[in-house]
Write a protein that binds this ligand. Sequence first.
Ligand code: HEC
Length: 124
Amino acid sequence: MKRPWIEIYAMLLVSMIGIQSVHSESAISPTGKQLYQAYCSQCHGLEGDGFGVNSYDLDVAPRDHTDTDEMSARTDEELFKAVKFGGKSVNKSVLMPAWEGNLSDDEIHRLVAYLRQLCCTEAR
Ligand code: HEC
């Protein structure tokens, strides 16, 4: 005997999962902090202080992003450029990678906002 309700149930379930994944994609776009911890912390440190696990092997020390004086001397545009096109684009070391192939402009803007939070606010 055929039991069509099983098929209907299965179809419903599949469509619900479909709808949910579409929703979660937009709902969970990573924050600047999450992006930083995923892509930047290995060099700049989880706390942004420049002491990531890779930092000890680099000839040029990664910027301490909690350094208020140094970071205040940069405009948001300069930080954006450094992240998007790499250290070389702002006359810094090539050891700072260019992220344009991996991060969208929107993600880089979120990162710059997080850099401002790291350097210049208490909320880290
Ligand atoms: C492979 C190691 C490495 C990774 C990964 C890395 N950086 Fe860097 N970054 C560096 C180094 C080294 C410098 C210092 C360059 C210099 O001073 O000449 C630097 C410099 C910078 C600067 C320039 C600071 C200034 O003095 O103007 C910014 C902004 C920056 N990094 C942001 C980021 C962000 C955001 C990420 C993650 C998307 C990231 N970095 C990932 C190594 C890294």
